[in-house]
Design a protein around this ligand. Structure first.
Ligand SMILES: Cc1ncc(COP(=O)(O)O)c(C=O)c1O
Length: 422
């Protein structure tokens, strides 16, 4: 049976109605192709997700019909383009339930969002001997900006440990919160392990000591409904390309009072209110943080991705993916010599694994011969690999369009890898 076709009447029914994964797959043209003569099995969505027609068409339509620069024009196209861009901001606001559209800053991606906070809030608030607390499971994008800041300010980077299942050790994290801690920055969901962190609890612990919290949500927003007000999180950073939108766009959510108090990130057009050689006054939120012509069309594409996700429903996506993750975990656990790296109680969409005596790059290369796309390497989380004493893992990451049949093909592929190296 091809990966994208409906199962026959006798085949096990993969998905409960009303979630129709086979119908959803029809929305993603790239998934219809063959790779190396085999139907593509795309299990690399944590690195970047594929795009539905709705997003591809929205970008194409925008360039064909509405494109112009935004905010500055009185003419019709500029007004239409501005509306498309600002409507996307409202969609993001609604999607994460921010209190105001002024709290939604468009940036290039999660990496830029975190750097923005480090270079503005961080530079203003962190001084010599202060501390920034992160965790062992962070992506390099949520390590290096804080390292650079701490180096510049002669501050200290503290790291909360994880256990062998890949879960944060909360008692240890709490002990690391001190009067010198100026910010806690951690992943909502780990890209290397899939761990969903107990962020409500951590935010509560930090706020009890008046410490703000930044969540790196790059791996959270594609998989679960998010409510930033309910979380009471201070900064929330994510990328469009991991949530079925275009690359080159991301979002920084920040509480309005914090953003108001922060200095601007970059200087240039649009972020100003008035400029003289003597003095510049800055624009209001969110424009204060959006210097220069932004990635207009891709912001519109992100808006279309949000429309798409909301049509399916984040609750339905989460429930489906949890079922698929459970199926995959059970299937992989049966393979002798395979260890799943990251076995947290609360997990999302990631199956990182090591095969005894076989280098992950060999695993990835052989699976590719079967049209199976997995990622191998340190997943931009080298300290996680060090924690588990591994140079790398192979990682199959799931998304709303993956099927049980694809997991079966992965399992068969892994058995082939083992055969080759036996
Ligand atoms: C947890 C996490 N944080 C941050 C990033 C960086 O995202 P981007 O490269 O889109 O800025 C990634 C990307 O893999 C990620 O998985």
């Amino acid at each position: 049976m091809s990966v994208g076709s409906k199962p026959s009447a006798t085949a096990p029914v993969a998905v409960k109605k009303p979630y129709d994964v086979y119908r959803i797959r029809e929305d993603f043209p790239i998934l219809k192709q063959k790779v190396r003569g085999k139907p593509l099995v795309y299990l690399d969505s944590a690195a970047s997700s594929q795009k539905p027609n709705k997003v591809i068409d929205a970008i194409s339509r925008f360039y064909s019909e509405d494109y112009s620069n935004i905010h500055r024009g009185v003419h019709e196209l500029s007004q239409r383009a501005t509306k498309g861009y600002e409507d996307a901001r409202l969609k993001v606001q609604r999607f994460i339930n921010a209190a105001s559209e002024r709290e939604i800053i468009f940036v290039r991606g999660a990496t830029e969002a975190i750097n923005l906070v480090a270079e503005t809030y961080g530079r203003a608030q962190v001084g010599a001997h202060d501390e920034v607390l992160i965790t062992t499971m962070e992506h390099h994008s949520n390590i290096v900006p804080w390292q650079m800041l701490c180096e510049e300010k002669r501050a200290h980077l503290k790291v909360a440990p994880i256990n062998d299942r890949g879960e944060l050790i909360l008692d240890e994290l709490e002990k690391l919160l001190s009067p010198k801690t100026k910010l806690v920055a951690l992943a909502h969901v780990s890209n290397a392990l899939g761990t969903i962190n107990p962020v409500r609890e951590i935010i509560r612990m930090a706020h009890a000591r008046n410490i703000p919290v930044l969540l790196d949500a790059a791996q959270a927003v594609p998989h679960m409904a998010v409510d930033v007000q309910e979380l009471d999180v201070d900064f929330y950073a994510f990328s469009s390309h991991k949530m079925f939108g275009p690359s080159g766009v991301g979002v920084l959510y920040g509480k309005e009072a914090l953003l108001e108090a922060m200095p601007p990130y970059q200087g240039g057009g649009d972020m100003i209110s008035s400029v003289t050689f003597e003095k510049t006054t800055y624009n209001q939120l969110p424009y204060k943080f959006e210097a220069g012509t932004p990635n207009i069309a891709d912001v519109v594409g992100l808006g279309a991705a949000i429309d798409y996700l909301e049509e399916i429903g984040m609750g339905a996506i989460e429930a489906y993916e949890q079922e698929l993750l459970e199926y995959g975990t059970q299937a992989l656990s049966k393979i002798s010599g395979l260890t799943i790296i990251g076995q947290a109680e609360e997990k999302a969409a990631v199956l990182s694994f090591a095969l005894e005596g076989i280098h992950p790059h060999d695993v990835g290369t052989i699976l590719d011969q079967d049209g199976i796309a997995v990622r191998t390497g340190h997943h931009c989380a080298q300290p996680v690999m060090d924690r588990f004493g591994l140079p790398a893992t192979a990682r199959a990451s799931l998304a709303l369009y993956n099927t049980r049949e694809e997991i079966d093909i992965l399992v068969k592929g892994i058995h082939e890898v083992i055969e080759v190296f036996r």
